[in-house]
Write a new protein. Structure first.
Length: 53
């Protein structure tokens, strides 16, 4: 919370760039996690369908 307020009051371009970079990195991380979960679920489904037979 304290960090958030500190950034909210400072309007220098460097802070704006940092915030943009942080948003981008968090989006990339979230997308990577989604891809990994999707990949694991596909592998799991394939292994389960093979195990049933």
């Amino acid at each position: 919370m304290i960090l958030h307020h500190k950034y909210a009051f400072s309007r220098s371009p460097s802070d704006r760039v940092l915030r943009k970079q942080r948003k981008l990195t968090s989006l990339i991380i979230i997308n990577a996690i989604k891809d990994i979960i999707y990949f694991i679920s596909i592998i799991y489904m394939i292994s389960v369908s093979n195990g049933v037979e």
